[in-house]
Design a protein around this ligand. Structure first.
Ligand SMILES: [Zn+2]
Ligand SMILES: [Zn+2]
Length: 568
């Protein structure tokens, strides 16, 4: 989205001003980058209404810069600094352990401008000799770099790409040139990361249809242009194929291009075993097409139930479909509340009221506020008195806006496994999530022991982002997840599925492992601004990919029953 581009420009400005020693400018730019990234609408619309100054952190000077970017696609101050630091900040910042200062030092001393320069420098051990780096830092950077590369240079978290993909789809629909437009591929399966985008469409007029894709402002250029397929580069850094399909085989094509590959191979073999042939044009018996118009026809032609896209991984779903024993998985519209959200009161960028209004707009029936507790100083965590004051404001806002809001906390699990707030203040909370954020370098026994102690405290409702992984950045903590699942089940403590695209935690395979243990789940967006409340969709997708039913997810409950389920 345009907002994200502009936010990135300001955050690079912040990096460069920080290097220049301009502390205040840097802070101001970082703040405005955060505000822009969290805006619920296109900043160009806000500018048209002449309301840029209403955005948090925007004064006269920054307003001018935003206007210049909207009008000319550039900001002079940025261009000037960029000449001095021709560095790919966005890419380098993704590597754990690299902040603006370190990036600057790498550039000034070694001329490193991007990830491949960094790799060469690490391999020739030049980094460890730099002042302020040392051998340990070099080793850590090497590990982080390996992680970010093994995630694949072109695989990105679904949630990063999703708004752009939906915008692109709407753009095609609005052009009026198509009878049908559907996104297929790993996006339709709601995989946690995607490598490219597949769009299938039925065109009214093929010659005009392919052209229109290039006109979208999400597209940066054409790769190849064929008769019924066009491939373009998207600004988000991956490619997109638009395929023009005939109506009579649209279902077959949708099934084929949705994948996964393993799922399709298995289906194809089943077709062959029953003397048929399955491909992107249809299901054929002899040379006659017996199915192709819809996906449902294809699956039923193969003698099985329809399989939801999120399940198509060849991990038992085909056998279940043949036995008519597929689980009834939780639906996106069945989630009634968000159980993990932050506000300006800790490290979020919107107020309690703003979050409530957006939650209602998104169709939710209630929201739980879970700001950080005091030991997480980097996130401006609150102490008992802070929470009491905040809780009064939550109650007040809830009755003023007539929208149910629950008082919660994302509570630090301390080094010895004890909890960051006392029993008295916790007993005033509706919902207590406990998290491992700090001291996480321990071994499995140590880490698991801390989590188990929190589970057994009788004071918490759930464990947030249980594995601690950050996609492309950090491996899961060393933990015995099966033991944690069992302890949660025994103590009636929930496991969270966190919808932050960089977390996607729990991963779907662990959810799947837990479904028959009796443990319950909560789905949370972990939103730090109103826009990210939509991340609840990605948490739901993981639940579906993990075969979870509605009854296993407690925020599918009505407010009344949700409250009952929270007894500690
Ligand atoms: Zn957290
Ligand atoms: Zn959080």
């Amino acid at each position: 989205m345009f907002n994200d581009e502009l936010a990135e420009v300001f955050s690079e400005l912040a990096d460069m001003e920080e290097i220049e020693g301009q502390k205040w400018e840097s802070i101001a730019y970082r703040r405005v980058a955060m505000s822009i990234a969290g805006l619920g609408e296109d900043i160009r619309d806000i500018s048209r209404r002449n309301e840029l100054r209403k955005i948090d952190g925007v004064g006269a000077a920054i307003e001018k810069k935003i206007r210049q970017y909207i009008e000319e696609g550039r900001i002079t101050a940025y261009d000037n600094l960029k000449k001095k630091y021709p560095v790919d900040f966005k890419q380098l910042r993704k590597i754990q352990g690299l902040g603006a200062k370190k990036i600057a030092s790498l550039y000034v001393n070694l001329g490193i401008t991007n990830v491949s320069d960094l790799r060469v420098a690490i391999e020739s051990h030049k980094i460890s000799k730099l002042p302020g780096f040392g051998e340990k830092t070099e080793m850590n950077l090497s590990k982080s770099l390996e992680m970010s590369l093994s995630a694949g240079p072109t695989r990105i978290p679904l949630g990063e790409a999703y708004p752009d993909i939906m915008e692109l789809k709407d753009f095609l629909v609005d052009s009026g040139l198509f009878d049908r437009v559907t996104v297929a591929g790993s996006t339709r399966r709601m995989k946690e990361t995607i490598g490219d985008v597949d769009i299938l469409a039925i065109a009214k007029d093929k010659s005009k249809a392919a052209e229109v894709l290039v006109e979208s402002d999400r597209v940066s250029g054409t790769v190849v242009r064929g008769e019924s397929k066009i491939t373009v580069n998207l600004k988000i850094g991956i490619t997109c194929d638009l395929r023009l399909i005939e109506e009579g085989s649209f279902g077959a094509a949708l099934q084929y291009f949705t994948g996964s590959k393993e799922h399709n191979i298995h289906l194809r073999n089943i077709a062959i075993a029953s003397g048929m042939k399955l491909n992107e044009y249809g299901l054929f018996s002899e040379e006659r097409q017996v199915a192709g118009r819809t996906e449902e026809e294809i699956y039923s032609g193969l003698g099985m139930e329809y399989i939801e896209p999120e399940l198509r991984e060849n991990t038992g779903e085909i056998e279940a479909a043949l036995n008519h024993a597929l689980p009834d998985i939780v639906g996106y519209e069945q989630i009634r509340g968000d159980t993990h959200t932050h506000t300006v009161d800790s490290d979020g960028s919107n107020t309690v009221e703003e979050m409530m209004l957006r939650a209602r707009q998104n169709g939710l029936e209630y929201i739980v506020f879970t700001n950080h507790s005091k030991s997480l100083r980097v996130a401006n965590g609150l102490d008992g008195a802070g929470f009491r004051e905040l809780n009064r404001r939550i109650d007040d806002a809830s009755s003023r806006l007539d929208f149910p809001a629950l008082k919660g906390v994302e509570l630090e699990i301390l080094k010895d496994g004890s909890l960051d707030l006392g029993e008295a203040v916790l007993s005033e909370m509706d919902f207590v999530l406990a998290s491992l954020h700090q001291f996480v370098t321990g071994d499995s026994d140590e880490n698991t022991g801390r989590v188990v102690k929190a589970i057994q405290s009788g004071l918490i409702n759930g464990i947030a982002h249980p594995t601690g992984r950050l996609i492309g950045k950090r491996e899961p903590y060393k933990l015995d997840m099966d033991r944690i699942i069992a302890e949660c089940s025994a103590a009636g403590v929930c496991l969270e599925i966190n919808g932050d695209p960089f977390r996607s935690d729990l991963p779907a395979d662990i959810v799947r492992r837990a479904i028959n243990t009796g443990v319950k789940f909560t789905l949370g967006s972990d939103a730090h601004n109103v826009a990210d409340l939509s991340n609840l969709r990605f948490a739901t997708a993981i639940a579906r990919r993990g075969w979870l039913g509605e009854e296993q997810v407690i925020n599918t409950l009505t407010l009344e029953n949700f409250r009952k389920a929270l007894s500690r």
